[in-house]
Every structure is written in C-alpha cells, then in structure tokens.
Design a protein around this ligand. Structure first.
Ligand code: AMP
Length: 292
C-alpha cells in the first residue's frame, strides 16, 4: 500500500474525510520520529486494530524544558518514512510547529495529579506540553484508536485520563515495552550513548529484572523489592533520578513497609552520561524482562 506524507492540517482533514466516507477505521501512532524497532512494533500492532495506520512525527517544542535536547533531537525524516512504510503505515503526518501551534496560540491543557512526581518532578511543564499536543491530535483524528507505548508509562496514564475527562471519541491502546536482546528499552535517545554509557544503561533493565524475579520468587516486602532494584542499578555508573514503586493505576506512592499491593509500577529514570533514560515494569502484571 502506498504511503501518504502530509504536512498540513488541511491536507490531513481531507484525507481523513475520505477514509471516513469509505468506512475505513484509523489507528494513530504519535511519535517524535527517529523511528526504531519499538515504534515499528507499535505500527505493526496498530495495523491489526484498524484499516489504516497514521504515524505522526512531531518533535513537540512545548514538552521540552530549557536546557533539554529539543534542538539536537534526531530528525531523520527520510529514514522515518521508509521505516513507517515498512511497518505498514498508510499515512505519515509530519507537521511544522507553526501548523500545530498557529500564530498567536495561547491554549494549554491543564493536567492533574497523575502528572505530579516521577518525570513530572524533574520536567516541569512536560506533561502540559504532552497533553496539549496529544489533545490536538485527538481533535484531528477522532474517532480513532490511538496507540501508545508502556515505556512512557506516566505519559500513558496522563493521556488515558485526559481522553476520558475531555470526552474525546478515541480508544487508547497500549503496547508493551520493546527491548534490545540485552534488555535495554529501545529509545530514540539511545543513539546519544557511547559504548561505555550504553553498558552502564543496562543497569536499568537489570534492576527491573532483579525486582520482578524476586517478586516471582516470593519477595513481597516493598522496601526489600526497592532495595533489590536499587542495588542492581549500578549507581556508580548512572546518575539516578528516581527509583519508585507506585500504584499502577493511580500512580500514588506505595507504602513500602509490609506486603506490597499488586499491580505496582516500578519506574526508573537515570542519566547515563548526558542522556536521560526511563524504563519501568508493572510488578504483578508484566512478564519479567529478559536481560543479557
Ligand atoms: P517517542 O517518539 O519516543 O515520543 O515515542 C512515541 C511512542 O512510542 C510513545 O507512545 C512511546 O511510549 C512509544 N515507544 C517508544 N519507545 C518504545 C519502546 N521501546 N517500547 C514500546 N513503546 C515505545
């Protein structure tokens, strides 16, 4: 099937009207580009959920803070188009910032408690930027199925809440984390890592693996599970931002004393060199990740 590459909202509206008239359902995979096998898995899965799959490619300026990597974020558009097509996308929407944020724009989506803590603590305003741009995509594509990865778990929860609260006619589908054979979660930011930094980064999936294995082996104490993750992480080689246990649905912090309730999110953010990496597992729900 051919791949339509659209840049303007008006073109997209026309294309989506045609799909609707033809009775074809649409699934959407929002991305910031620099597509990797993880994104491609989302696209392949999306194909099973709808007749057409749109991939959005947009490095959203409002979700980056000062000093973050907005300017140097990779933007290999030609390679992305090939990868999107290879995975079965029928449409790529890659708008300019001006298209998504019309001149004079002055509107943001306010987010609540789910956006507090974890990544919200170190990236003030991040989830407002995410919610705002995703709301725009919801407005453009609804009714549609939207596919998000569980790698950005807090983002997924914020977006699910927003879709419900703002009454969008969308279905949210979430895909498990796609990993390298050695356990590292695929990320567009992995290209920043030197060999040494990549090696250090493996402490993250190993920490998730260790805690999940301990749980399977019968460890139920929250503090102990956290300690197992922390001690496996390799703090010497990584700058750890957080290692936390939270309710997998409300994201409320889990009490650590005594037996932990399940399912519980174990979420980690750490820097390897200058590169910020995030990863997670839902204990009591996800399979134990394989690590090298
Ligand atoms: P990004 O381009 O990094 O903003 O990611 C776009 C979408 O792909 C988000 O829903 C991410 O959660 C998802 N994603 C990115 N990397 C992975 C991965 N390794 N496994 C599963 N989903 C991913």
């Amino acid at each position: 099937m051919s791949l339509a590459h659209l840049r303007e909202v008006s073109e997209l509206r026309l294309a989506l009207n045609q799909s609707r008239l033809a009775g074809r359902s649409v699934a959407v995979v929002p991305t910031m580009g620099a597509l990797h096998r993880g994104h491609q898995e989302l696209v392949r899965w999306a194909r099973t959920l709808a007749d057409e799959v749109a991939v959005t490619i947009f490095v959203n300026p409002t979700q980056f803070g000062p000093g973050e990597d907005f300017d140097r974020y990779p933007r290999p558009l030609e390679a992305d188009l090939l990868r999107a097509r290879e995975a079965g996308a029928t449409l790529v929407f890659a708008p300019s910032a001006r298209e998504m944020y019309p001149p004079g724009e002055d509107t943001r989506v306010q987010v609540g408690r789910l956006a507090e803590g974890l990544c919200g603590a170190s990236r003030p305003g991040h989830f407002v930027g995410v919610a705002t741009v995703v709301a725009k995509f919801f407005s453009l594509f609804a009714p549609a199925t939207f596919v998000f990865g569980q790698k950005d778990y807090q983002q997924l929860k914020v977006i699910e809440r927003m879709a419900t609260d703002l009454l969008y006619d969308v279905r949210i589908a979430s895909h498990p984390i796609v990993r390298e054979p050695d356990g590292l979660a695929l990320s567009s930011r992995n290209v920043y890592l030197s060999q040494e930094e990549r090696k250090a980064a493996l402490g993250i999936p190993r920490a998730l693996h260790a805690a999940a294995s301990a749980l399977l082996a019968g460890e139920r104490n929250g503090a102990r599970l956290l300690e197992i993750a922390e001690s496996t992480l390799g703090r010497q080689a990584l700058a750890v931002e957080y290692v936390e246990l939270r309710d997998a649905d409300s994201l409320e912090p889990r009490a650590l004393d005594g037996e932990i309730a399940l399912p519980t999110l174990l979420a980690i953010a750490a820097r390897s060199g200058a590169t910020r990496l995030i990863d997670n597992i839902v204990l009591g729900r996800d399979a134990v990740p394989e690590v090298g």
